[in-house]
Design a binder for this molecule. Structure first.
Ligand SMILES: NC(=O)c1ccc[n+]([C@@H]2O[C@H](COP(=O)([O-])OP(=O)(O)OC[C@H]3O[C@@H](n4cnc5c(N)ncnc54)[C@H](O)[C@@H]3O)[C@@H](O)[C@H]2O)c1
Length: 355
C-alpha cells in the first residue's frame, strides 16, 4: 500500500493559519490545496502570494479532493464551521480553544459521531520541549512524589489588540493560553480534577481576563498552579515543581534548568540557632551541602516540536493507523476546568469539581 496523501483546505487565514501553511509547505504527508477567509483583503493578499483561494466557503467544502479542513478563525465560529465541514464529509482539525463553551463542543462531538469524521484540536503544546523535559524528569522519579506543579507564562506587553480583548469572540488569556497550560497538566496527570480556584485580573481590559492565577487540585491531592500574565515586568521560572525528595526549576522556553534533590534524609538539627539578617531561625536554616545534589537539566534534543506532529497524529487517526492523540473528550475536560475557573473568578469561591 502506498503512502496516503492528504489535502487540507484552510478556513480562516490569519496569523496562526499562515504558520500552519509555512510548516506544511515542507511536509509531504499533508498538502495545503487552498484557503478561504471571510476578509476580502486577506483573500487578495493570499492570491498575490500565489496561494489558491476558494471563491467561497461552500466551494472549499465542496472540493472532493480535500479530506482535511483546518478551522483557524476566531473562536466564536469554530463550532459552526467544524460541524459544517464534517457534514460536508471532511475530517477537521480545529485551532484552540476548540470552542467557547463545553455545550458547543458537545455539539461537535455529536456531529463527529453522526458523520463518522475525525475531529482533533491543535492543542499543540504537549510537545513543547520545556514541558516534555519537566514531565520526563518528574516521571523518572528524580524528585520523588510530586505534590505541587507550578506552570507560568508571563509577558509585559499587555494583550495583542483585536479579538483577544473581546469576550464574545472568545478573547482573554484563559481561553488563549490557559487552554494550553491546563491541557499540558491534564495530559500529564491521569487523575480527576476535584477542585478549582481561580483569580482573574483585568489590568488593561475590563471585558476579558488579561491575567489569571489558577489552582487546580487532583484526586490524589497533587496541585497544579497555573499563571498567565501579560503585565509581569519580572518573570518567574517557566516551571517550578516540588516533589517529596527534590525541587525542579526550568527557567524558560530554552529549557535552562536544574533539579536539586536530597541525597541524605537525615535531619540532624544543630543546637545552635541560625542567624539571618531577618533574625534568628532554626526551620529555615540552610541544608548542608553534602546532603543535596544539583543536576543541571537542558533542552531535550530528541523532541520534535512543530505542527507536523499534530498533523501526523491526525493523519494516523484518519487512516486507522493509530487512535487519535488529541481527542475531543480531552478537550472537553480542559474546557470544563476553564468553565469552573470562570465560575470561581466570578464568585470568589473554590469550585468542587468532578472532571
Ligand atoms: N495553537 C496555537 O499555538 C495558536 C496560536 C495562535 C492562535 N491560535 C488560534 O488560532 C485561531 C486564529 O488566531 P489568529 O491569531 O490566527 O487570529 P487572526 O485574527 O490573525 O486570524 C483569524 C482569521 O479568521 C478569519 N475569519 C473570522 N471569521 C471567519 C469566518 N467565519 N470564515 C472565514 N474566516 C474567518 C479572519 O478574517 C482572520 O483572517 C484562534 O482560534 C487562536 O486561538 C492558536
Amino acid at each position: 500500500m502506498g503512502i496516503m496523501q492528504h489535502k487540507v483546505g484552510f478556513i480562516g487565514f490569519g496569523g496562526m493559519a499562515k504558520h500552519h501553511f509555512e510548516i506544511l509547505s515542507g511536509y509531504d504527508r499533508v498538502t495545503v490545496k487552498g484557503i478561504y477567509d471571510i476578509d476580502p483583503q486577506v483573500m487578495e493578499n493570499a492570491k498575490n502570494d500565489g496561494i489558491y483561494t476558494y471563491p467561497s466557503k461552500k466551494a472549499l467544502l465542496a472540493d472532493e479532493e480535500l479530506d482535511m479542513v483546518l478551522v483557524a478563525t476566531t473562536n466564536e465560529v469554530h463550532k459552526d464551521l467544524a460541524i459544517e465541514a464534517m457534514a460536508a464529509g471532511k475530517n477537521v482539525i480545529c485551532e484552540k480553544p476548540v470552542t467557547i463553551s463545553s455545550e458547543e463542543l458537545l455539539e461537535i462531538i455529536e456531529a463527529s459521531e453522526k458523520y463518522g469524521k475525525v475531529f482533533t484540536i491543535d492543542q499543540n503544546r504537549r510537545t513543547n520541549k520545556d514541558f516534555v523535559l519537566m514531565k520526563r524528569k518528574v516521571e523518572e522519579g528524580l524528585l520523588g512524589k510530586p505534590y505541587v506543579i507550578e506552570s507560568r507564562v508571563e509577558g509585559s506587553r499587555g494583550m495583542p489588540k483585536g479579538w483577544r480583548t473581546l469576550k464574545h469572540l472568545g478573547g482573554g488569556m484563559m481561553l488563549d493560553w490557559g487552554v494550553h497550560l491546563i491541557d499540558q497538566i491534564m495530559y500529564m496527570v491521569d487523575e480527576k480534577v476535584t477542585n478549582v480556584f481561580c483569580k482573574m485580573y483585568h489590568i488593561q481590559y475590563a471585558e476579558v481576563d488579561d491575567n489569571f492565577r489558577l489552582t487546580m487540585t487532583f484526586e490524589s491531592g497533587l496541585t497544579a498552579h497555573i499563571e498567565v500574565s501579560t503585565n509581569n515586568y519580572i518573570t518567574h521560572p517557566r516551571w517550578y515543581v516540588l516533589g517529596e525528595d527534590g525541587t525542579l526549576q526550568i527557567d524558560d522556553w530554552d529549557c535552562d534548568g536544574k533539579i536539586v534533590r536530597c541525597i541524605d534524609k537525615e535531619n540532624e538539627w544543630e543546637e545552635k540557632i541560625f542567624y539571618t539578617k531577618a533574625g534568628p531561625t532554626k526551620t529555615m536554616a540552610p541544608r548542608s551541602k553534602e546532603s543535596i545534589e544539583t543536576m543541571i537539566i537542558s533542552e531535550p534534543l530528541d523532541v520534535v516540536d512543530d505542527l507536523t506532529v499534530v498533523y501526523n497524529q491526525f493523519a494516523d487517526a484518519i487512516e486507522g493507523i493509530a487512535p487519535l492523540t488529541i481527542t475531543p473528550q480531552q478537550a472537553l475536560r480542559v474546557m470544563r476546568v476553564m468553565e469552573a475557573s470562570f465560575e470561581s473568578a466570578q464568585t470568589g469561591m473554590a469550585i468542587a469539581t468532578d472532571i
